[in-house]
Design a protein around this ligand. Structure first.
Ligand SMILES: *[C@@H]1O[C@H](CO)[C@@H](O)[C@H](O)[C@H]1NC(C)=O
Ligand SMILES: *[C@@H]1O[C@H](CO)[C@@H](O)[C@H](O)[C@H]1NC(C)=O
Ligand SMILES: *[C@@H]1O[C@H](CO)[C@@H](O)[C@H](O)[C@H]1NC(C)=O
Ligand SMILES: *[C@@H]1O[C@H](CO)[C@@H](O)[C@H](O)[C@H]1NC(C)=O
Ligand SMILES: *[C@@H]1O[C@H](CO)[C@@H](O)[C@H](O)[C@H]1NC(C)=O
Ligand SMILES: *[C@@H]1O[C@H](CO)[C@@H](O)[C@H](O)[C@H]1NC(C)=O
Length: 524
């Protein structure tokens, strides 16, 4: 506490806060109009194939999907074209499908190097073809990426009408084959596909450069190194504490980023700091690593040291057991108080094992406002018959003598499944008897979403820090400490009471403020 009070002698005064506030608004306007700005990365191969379509089409985001399947489809393949539009969302590429009870192959010409391959599925009953009967294998190059795959079971499990699976492979030849093979052991089986994307990625984004020695393998002695003959499946790509980011807003690779609300463990406090005035400085990692908005939002624990030391801020992600997973954690310290080594030091647990004893983002990045990421591998073993398990990522403050603030931060997460002897395929989700016709019931909205939405709407796209500071100064005008009084603890308490991850406003909000005031009083 004494450290805390000493730190904040040079806070922005009222005028500079207001200037920042205005600047934020102006900046926001600039962002809104700058969507067509050049992307940090331009993929050399960028194929988007709308399978079964006879015309070239453009999706709602303006991306064009080409039609001519015969360039890519092997001559011997006998396929039918079927169309059924999804009831909502973008109809491209989900309206038409190529479908066959026997195997068929697409053959693409690509430049050698690492690629994203996205397979888009809309499991619908196509006339004689019952959606429940499609069970098939998919092989990309020499890898088995899906096996006895039921797109219908997966869509039902996700509670989605359409979805895509994203794989990463390192193409070392100019020919890339994608083979669809119906499972001969299942009655009336067939295979289908609605859309295929092949997009190049930068050389050392996920696949390491030749001199790279690998990264930490949690609970193992030796580091893990991804090999070029391994395939990856991207399972989760999450903008922690922020909103979802669509493929066209990515850095040029058409990745999509989701919100973290459904993964963060309920009932534990957290705050969602935002800093939209920061222009992250990509001096450590390349600017295509993740879109800028990932580094402008985060989730932290809050400022109550006692509370923070008694829990772990945790996210849980369902994965197939029996595979090794590649976890990338994105960080950027954008809160203006966190500028020096030791300001915010925390522990990172992956699958309940310590992956990092003292994560210090400022030390990794060399300063405030500089994005970094850290990679880890973790083996998720199979216990008994459990086909699925949760992979957890948890943060906890370092011991108090090691950190100025007992807090933790995370900005983004990516989780990939790593192929094992050329295989990435896992089991289908457990069959849940579903009544037909199927009714889509929107998942119940937990209050935290509402709270967060309200927060984001009210505060809008401007920095909560700046706004709350400004409000605090303008409304409360603390008398005892003069102008330079917007201390982190005060405004974060406001964050803290309203943004508790459980959606409950703390009953002790009054006490928080009171305690904070007394901290402030100690300062004088
Ligand atoms: C990304 O970084 C590269 C290399 O540093 C630079 O040439 C390029 O202009 C940057 N692009 C954007 C959109 O910031
Ligand atoms: C669709 O687009 C591709 C690639 O741009 C082009 O080669 C092809 O001729 C187009 N096909 C039609 C039917 O316009
Ligand atoms: C599709 O198959 C499922 C399960 O085999 C069956 O319950 C359903 O009635 C079938 N639907 C149609 C339209 O035939
Ligand atoms: C696994 O994580 C999900 C959220 O991703 C959660 O809903 C579920 O309760 C967790 N299951 C277990 C057994 O912890
Ligand atoms: C394919 O998956 C279904 C659904 O999970 C399962 O019931 C069936 O036994 C599997 N068939 C084979 C041949 O693996
Ligand atoms: C931190 O939380 C504890 C438990 O809720 C509470 O007793 C204490 O007053 C809080 N401290 C501060 C500084 O807000």
């Amino acid at each position: 506490m004494i450290n805390l009070t000493k730190r904040y002698v040079s806070q922005p005064n009222k005028l500079s806060v207001l200037t920042l506030f205005l600047f934020t608004f102006l900046h926001t306007l600039t962002i809104a109009s700058a969507d067509a700005s050049p992307k940090p990365y331009t993929p050399h191969d960028n194929i988007a194939l709308n399978c079964g379509s006879t015309t070239n089409t453009t999706d709602l985001s303006g991306r064009s999907w080409i039609s001519d399947n015969t360039i890519y489809l092997g001559q011997s393949s006998k396929v039918s074209v079927i169309s059924t539009s999804p009831t909502e969302g973008d109809p491209i590429p989900y309206t038409t499908a190529l479908l066959s009870p026997s195997q068929f192959t697409f053959s693409f010409t690509v430049t050698p190097g690492p690629k994203f391959i996205r397979l888009h599925f809309h499991p619908a009953s196509y006339r004689a073809f019952n959606r429940s009967n499609a069970f098939f294998d998919v092989h990309i190059g020499g890898y088995t990426v899906l096996s006895n795959f039921s797109a219908a079971l997966k869509a039902d499990d996700l509670k989605l009408e359409v979805f895509y699976s994203e794989f990463c492979i390192y193409a070392d030849e100019e020919k890339l084959n994608i083979l669809f093979n119906p499972n001969p052991n299942m009655p009336d089986s067939y295979a289908f596909i609605n859309g295929i994307e092949i997009v190049s990625m930068p050389n050392n984004l996920y696949y390491p450069s030749d001199d790279d020695t690998g990264f930490k393998f949690v609970n193992q002695v030796n580091p893990y190194r991804i090999l070029k003959n391994q395939a990856l499946e991207s399972l989760y790509r999450v903008n922690i504490g922020g909103s979802s980011i669509s493929p066209t807003q990515d850095t040029g690779m058409y990745r999509s980023w989701s919100e973290d609300g459904e993964y963060v463990t309920n009932g534990r406090p957290s705050v969602l700091p935002v800093n939209l005035i920061i222009s992250p400085s990509f001096s450590v990692i390349p600017n295509y690593s993740a879109p800028v908005p990932v580094y402008r939002t985060a989730r932290t624990m809050g400022t109550n040291k006692t509370v923070n030391e008694n829990y772990r801020l945790t996210w849980e992600f369902r994965v197939d057991s029996g595979f090794t997973y590649y976890v990338r954690l994105h960080f950027c310290e954008f809160q203006v108080e966190i500028t020096e080594l030791g300001d915010r030091v925390f522990q990172i647990y992956i699958d309940n094992i310590v992956a990092e004893h003292q994560a210090d983002v400022v030390s990794w990045a060399g300063g405030n406002g500089v994005p970094v990421y850290r990679d880890y591998a973790v083996m998720i073993g199979r216990a008994g018959n459990e086909m699925k398990r949760n992979l957890s990522i948890a943060l906890h403050p370092a011991p108090a003598w090691r950190t100025r603030y007992s807090d933790a931060i995370l900005n983004g997460v990516e989780i990939f499944k790593l192929s094992n002897e050329g295989n990435l395929a896992g089991p289908n989700p457990q069959t849940i008897p579903i009544s037909s016709p199927k009714i889509f019931v929107p998942p119940p909205r937990r209050p935290k979403y509402n709270l967060r939405t309200t927060f984001l709407t009210v505060i809008g796209v401007v920095s909560s820090f700046v706004v709350v500071s400004a409000l605090y100064i303008l409304i409360f005008r603390p008398k005892s400490r003069g102008e330079g009084s917007s201390s982190w603890s005060q405004l974060s308490c406001k964050d803290y009471s309203s943004m508790d991850g459980s959606g409950k406003v703390y009953s002790s909000v009054g006490n928080h403020s009171k305690d904070t005031t007394s901290v402030a009083d100690n300062k004088c």
